[in-house]
Structure formats: structure tokens, C-alpha cells
Ligand binder design. Structure first.
Ligand SMILES: [Zn+2]
Length: 311
């Protein structure tokens, strides 16, 4: 029997395993879409525009009066989608809210300069919320003109700092779908124990949680499973594979989103890894130039995820 880099063990479903794609809060809420306006009017110092800071560091920021501005972040839930709008440029990134606002007032700015903050009405405070910006459209933004053409409204203009999208919500959702670098089919049977309505939410989450790095790794391996080499050819000629974070993202594992922690795998092997059915042997993985799997995360998988019966 060929060695695929996995030692198969008899399946024993773990009771307390945290699946990397599961998020319990997801089942309680559905996501909303918002415009998030970068605060071009308040930004004086270079570099302009400054939204790159937000994309690279994974957050959204507002500044000034806490009640007028900071508390706008209160309305955002985990998994809500933000369309970042830079004045005179357009939508420069789309992002997924990572967690609820922490409610903290920061006097050390990440986004504004101290001088800009000094002039804010209501106090020199900045407020942050974690956002995973995907995709980064800063090189090819969706201009206001395009938005207006597409949605056919003369009054179509993002206003306010954080503004929920109600009008054209379905159209915006569709647009965001199109922006994903690689369209993926839905994965219906993601959790066999979950009732049907929850599956829908889980599927949505799964699509959106594919990070830029995960897409990069899948591209690098040409959508071939690093364990068995299998790829799924879709009717439209595209290919399908999944990205697995070896040390899962989120609690309790808190693995990082770095390429050394990501594998490109087929759905079967993804499920086996999630459920701890198999150990990983680095040397047996299919490799690709530019992608080094970090043994540290493999070690984590083999120690804490792999559900060995004999050890
Ligand atoms: Zn496979």
C-alpha cells in the first residue's frame, strides 16, 4: 500500500475536538453587510491614502468622540462583511469582522497620527475592531462610478463611518461573491450532526473564511491534495480543493494564519485531519516550491489533534 503520509487509524470521533471550520456563534446570527468609510476627511499626514495600514494589520478604526464614532462599532458582529470605502477612490477591500468590538479607547493611535487625534471632537481616542480583509482591492478598486452604474442610483454613496447596507443588499452580496479570487462550490455535508439550517450558515462561513494565504497555497499546489494528489475538476473547468490549517485557527488551538500552517487537501483528507483520524508525516507530503510546511504545527497536530488510541 502506498504511503500517503497519513497513518490511518480506526476512526473514533472525538468528543471535544474543535473543528477548524466550526464556529458556534455562527449558528445564532446571520451576517450583515456594511460600508466602512476610511476617515479620509480627518487624515492629514502622509502616507495618503492610509488604508493599507488597515489591510496589512487586519483591523478597522474610527476616531474621536466615543459615543458618536466609537460606539458605531458596537453594531458589528463576528462574520459581518465590511466594504471598505476610501473617499474619491472607491471600495478598496472587503473584509470579515473577526470579533465583537472590545469597547476599548486607545490613546496610542494605530491609524491616525497623534496630531490628527488631537484635533478630534470628543477626545483623542481611536477605536479598533479586528477585520480579515479579503480580497485586497487596493490595486483595482471598485469605483463609485462603477457602483452607481451597477446599482443604478444617483444617490448611491456610502455615508457615515459604519453604515449597514439594506438597500441593494442582495446585489452587494452577489458582487462580493464575484470578488472572491476562486469561486468554490458549497460543501453541504460539512457536519453530519448539524440540522439543515445550520449547514447553510456553516457553508457561507467556510467560503468566506478562506484567507488570502489559503487561496495562495491552493493555487501553488494547483488544487491537488498534498496527501493523495487528488483534485476535483468542476463542470466549469475550475478545480476544487480545501485549505486546512494544521494547528486550527481560533480557540482553543489558536493556530496562526501563516503558509507554514496550511495544507492544500481534498475534502476527504480535510475531514480526516479535522477529526484527528490521521497523523501527518511532513516528508510524505506532496511539496511545492515556495511552500514549506512548518514541522512545529505538524507536531501540534500529531500531539493534540491526532486521536491516537495506542499512545
Ligand atoms: Zn486527499
Amino acid at each position: 500500500m502506498p504511503n500517503y503520509g497519513m497513518h490511518r487509524r480506526k476512526s473514533r470521533l472525538p468528543v471535544s475536538r474543535m473543528l477548524c471550520q466550526k464556529d458556534p456563534s455562527l449558528h445564532l446570527t446571520s451576517m450583515d453587510y456594511y460600508f466602512y468609510n476610511t476617515d479620509a476627511r480627518s487624515i492629514e499626514g502622509p502616507p495618503r491614502p492610509r488604508f493599507r495600514i488597515l489591510i496589512d494589520r487586519g483591523f478597522a478604526a474610527v476616531g474621536g468622540d466615543r459615543r458618536r464614532f466609537g460606539e458605531q462599532l458596537h453594531q458589528l458582529k463576528q462574520d459581518d462583511i465590511l466594504l471598505m470605502y476610501e473617499d474619491k477612490v472607491g471600495v478598496v477591500a472587503v473584509g470579515r469582522v473577526r470579533e465583537r468590538w472590545d469597547g476599548k479607547s486607545h490613546t496610542n493611535p494605530w491609524y491616525y497620527t497623534p496630531v490628527e487625534m488631537r484635533d478630534f471632537t470628543g477626545g483623542a481616542c481611536e477605536y479598533h475592531i479586528k477585520v480579515e480583509w479579503f480580497p485586497d482591492l487596493s490595486g483595482n478598486p471598485i469605483t463609485l462610478k462603477v457602483l452607481r452604474q451597477r446599482f443604478g442610483s444617483a444617490g448611491f454613496m456610502p455615508r457615515g463611518t459604519v453604515k449597514k447596507i439594506v438597500k441593494y443588499r442582495a446585489e452587494i452580496e452577489e458582487m462580493v461573491e464575484e470578488l472572491r479570487p476562486t469561486p468554490l462550490p458549497t460543501r453541504a455535508a460539512i457536519d453530519l450532526s448539524a440540522p439543515a439550517p445550520e449547514r447553510v450558515e456553516t457553508t457561507t462561513y467556510r467560503i468566506l473564511r478562506d484567507t488570502a494565504k489559503a487561496l495562495y497555497i491552493k493555487d501553488l499546489h494547483e488544487y491537488q491534495c498534498q496527501i493523495c494528489g487528488h483534485t476535483i475538476e468542476l463542470p466549469d473547468g475550475k478545480r476544487y480543493a480545501e485549505a486546512h490549517h494544521i494547528q486550527p485557527l481560533g480557540g482553543p488551538h489558536n493556530g496562526p494564519d501563516v503558509i507554514g500552517n496550511i495544507l492544500c487537501v481534498c475534502p476527504n483528507h480535510h475531514a480526516e485531519l479535522d477529526y484527528g483520524v490521521s497523523a501527518i508525516t511532513v516528508s510524505a507530503l506532496r511539496s511545492s516550491r515556495g511552500h514549506a510546511v512548518d514541522p512545529e504545527y505538524v507536531e501540534y497536530h500529531n500531539r493534540f489533534i491526532y486521536n491516537s488510541k495506542d499512545e
